[in-house]
Design a binder for this molecule. Structure first.
Ligand code: IMP
Length: 430
């Protein structure tokens, strides 16, 4: 028995959906522990395409318990719509298969408005967020003025909580030139969805601790990527949650000892959406080609993703901060046909070599990547299911990445199809 955490080891969009789906088949419980509907996971199961944002990937597999943990921020209206969409695709979602932690913060309409107002205000404040209210909701959580799922159960508490939030938000909105919040309208909207949401509410920490004792396998499903982590990412161009693997424990309420294997999802090149530093970004034909071959458009916002060479230095860093046990390398086939590939092995800063990305923004901006060149391959790697199916140069590329990031490859994914995977180490094995 083992519990596995899946985290993105770059800037998100590493292809976690497929791997999580593949692992969820063998898990008993699938739990989301951070982020919200800023995430977008695409699953292809028996030819049917499911697009999930807030729901854990386990919902599309029968007989599993899916959990939304307290580390998540939840837009209840969005969740209800997402449940409807997934149900319309023939999936059954009931309080037996979906649980939401009672202490999960709720994203309210004014969080999204604030997020978008800030993004539109001026270029200095711009982060390039998804505009879904994620940041403002997390701010309210630590500011001790957020409404949580359990608050929906009592009318008096709900009003009190909302008034607490409004003291802060109305002052803020005045400064931004926004209308005051229509208190009664928000209350009415909340009352309308309360019963629907509360049917899934549960003391998730208790349920998961009992599941652990009963020997059940838990899959912790991360969203975004470790370089978007609020502490260890490229601040301030990050999301507002801890994304790294340690968050899996606090984001649902189990101890750190509950984590047996951390699987880092790593794309064979690098992409990023939104603003912020990206040392290996390519503005040339190679970058264009990566974007086209890799279909690099956001699942949530449809934005074009920025593309660049693989940055082994950054991935070594995220493997360290998340304690990654093994990586799953995805989208190797996008590199098919490149004559030469480049891997960033470190940076040069003011004439000195660095083996990590420094924290200070001005230093990050002055860092130039140091590249190692490696011969590409002309054959197709798409659909490979064993090392024998891969060209020798592709194997060399994978092995070099392993060396540079100081972490072994557990899986190689060679197409969106779940069977097109080379399995080296099973994260769930004892
Ligand atoms: P927020 O999470 O909407 O506040 O956005 C903050 C930053 O994280 C922006 O650069 C977003 O593009 C990025 N981001 C948020 N969620 C995802 C994701 O699921 N994949 C990739 N980038 C994301």
């Amino acid at each position: 028995m083992a519990n596995v955490v899946v985290v993105g080891a770059q800037w998100g969009d590493e292809g976690k959906g497929k791997i999580v789906d593949w692992l969820s088949e063998r898990a008993d419980v699938i739990a989301r522990f951070q982020g919200g509907h800023n995430a977008g996971h695409t699953l292809v199961v028996d030819g049917e395409v499911y697009k999930l944002h807030a729901l854990p990937s386990g919902v599309v597999r029968g007989g599993k318990l899916s959990v939304i943990g307290n580390g998540v921020v939840l837009d209840p209206w969005h969740l209800i719509k997402e449940i409807e969409t997934i149900r319309a695709q023939g999936v059954s979602i009931t309080p037996e298969t979906l649980m939401i932690a009672e202490n999960t913060p709720l994203i309210l309409p004014f969080h999204g408005e604030l997020d978008r107002a800030r993004e539109n205000q001026n270029s200095v404040a711009k982060i390039g967020t998804t505009g879904r209210g994620i940041g403002p909701c997390y701010e309210d959580k630590v500011g001790r003025r957020v409404i949580r799922v359990a608050d929906l159960a009592d009318a008096a508490t709900l009003e009190l909580r909302l008034d607490r939030a409004l003291v802060h938000h109305d002052a803020l909105r005045r400064g931004l030139g926004l209308e005051p919040i229509k208190r009664d309208e928000v209350l009415a909207q909340l009352r309308e969805i309360s019963a629907e949401i509360l049917q899934y509410a549960a003391p998730v920490w208790k349920v998961l601790n009992e599941k652990r004792k009963a020997g059940k396998r838990i899959l912790f499903e991360g969203a975004q990527g470790a370089l978007l982590d609020i502490d260890f990412g490229t601040y301030p161009f990050v999301t507002s949650s801890n994304v790294i693997a340690g968050q899996a424990a606090t984001g649902v309420g189990v101890g750190p000892g509950a984590i047996d294997f951390v699987l880092g999802i790593v794309k064979a090149y690098t992409t990023r959406v939104g603003e912020g530093p990206f040392p290996t970004e390519l503005d040339d034909a190679d970058g264009q080609r990566l974007g086209e071959r890799g279909h690099e458009f956001g699942t949530t916002t449809g934005r074009k993703r920025r593309c660049g060479w693989f940055d082994a230095c950054l991935v070594r860093q995220t493997c360290a901060t998340s304690g990654v046990s093994g990586i799953s390398l995805t989208k190797l086939d996008v590199l098919d046909g490149f004559e030469t590939l480049k891997i960033c092995v470190g940076y040069e800063l003011d004439g000195k070599s660095l083996d990590y990305l420094p924290t200070a923004a001005d230093e990050q901006a002055r860092c130039t990547p140091v590249y190692e060149e490696i011969e590409g391959w002309s054959e197709s790697t798409e659909g490979a299911r064993s090392w024998a199916d891969l060209p020798a140069q592709a194997i060399k590329y994978v092995r070099r990445i392993e060396e540079l990031i100081e972490c072994p490859v557990a899986l190689v994914s060679t197409s969106p199809e779940r069977e097109d995977t080379i399995l080296v180490t099973d994260p769930f094995s004892d």
